[in-house]
Design a protein around this ligand. Structure first.
Ligand SMILES: Nc1ncnc2c1ncn2[C@@H]1O[C@H](COP(=O)(O)OP(=O)(O)OP(=O)(O)O)[C@@H](O)[C@H]1O
Ligand SMILES: [Mg+2]
Length: 239
């Protein structure tokens, strides 16, 4: 589970007048296998929160615990290893490597884990098929639609069977129907290919109101402060 305690993030201000506080004393937790939807106005701190959860950045103060380990206290190499093994990140735009095919892009997530080539290829192909891209394995990103690229990014995040899936506005820039498909795929990702008994925790920034209504936990971030709504029975209902 995630447990954030009094997390503050200050960025050095470009104008050197002071420092901007992107997160101010955020305390929240998400149970293992739970789901949190993050919303709020632009500049509220949503992406900052996701980067801290993903170990892509460190808090200025406070702790970000994942299953009892404070990510903020790990050295860079250990943090990189935790990211590679346990954290699947789906960015707003897919950020695929342009020279690699869809399958090779998905395989990149398995390279740091020491998975051998034949198994990498098989697992990448399997996850891409699950994502509805079974006939797109050999295409490079330029030959895919934005929605297909986003599906590849989800496959890349899922293929390592992470403890945690993080998605920062994964449907940004997609049309309504494509967006709905991508959100459905992310929710489905919590149920396939998980280690037995371990459904990944999902934290997602989205402006989609239907997704927010369904989520067992909703965090609204305004000026770095969090307002958390928890619905009873939420995660239990989602299995
Ligand atoms: N690398 C950075 N350096 C300095 N300030 C930053 C940096 N990243 C974010 N900020 C500032 O931190 C605050 C929160 O930004 P953040 O990107 O987390 O907001 P957001 O809720 O994701 O916004 P959006 O909806 O526009 O994506 C903003 O005031 C932003 O300008
Ligand atoms: Mg953002």
């Amino acid at each position: 589970m995630y447990r954030l305690t009094a997390v503050t993030k200050r960025y050095a201000a470009a104008d050197a007048v002071g420092s901007a506080e992107a997160l101010s004393g955020v305390t929240l937790s998400v149970p293992r296998g739970g789901q949190l939807v993050v919303q709020g106005p632009s500049g509220g701190g949503k992406s900052t929160l996701l980067r801290l959860l993903g170990g892509l950045d460190r808090p200025t103060e406070g702790s970000v615990e994942l299953d009892g380990t404070d990510l903020a206290a790990l050295d860079d190499a250990t943090l990189a290893a935790v990211r590679a093994e346990h954290i699947g990140f789906v960015p707003r735009r897919a950020h695929l490597l342009p020279a690699l095919t869809a399958r090779e892009n998905v395989e990149t997530a398995l390279v740091p884990l020491g998975v051998r080539r034949a198994e990498r290829r098989a697992r990448a192909a399997g996850v891409l098929e699950w994502a509805g891209l079974g006939d797109r394995l050999r295409r490079v990103p330029a030959e895919l639609t934005p929605a297909e690229r986003q599906r590849v990014a989800i496959a890349r995040a899922v293929v390592k069977r992470p403890k945690v899936l993080l998605a920062d506005e994964p449907t940004g820039g997609l049309g309504r129907q494509d967006a709905a498909g991508v959100l459905a795929l992310l929710e489905a990702a919590r149920h396939v290919d998980a280690r037995p008994g371990l459904v990944p925790t999902l934290v997602m920034v989205t402006h989609d109101s239907a997704t927010a209504r369904r989520a067992p936990r909703l965090a609204v971030l305004r000026r770095g402060r969090v307002e958390l709504t928890e619905r009873e029975d939420g995660d239990a209902a989602n299995g």
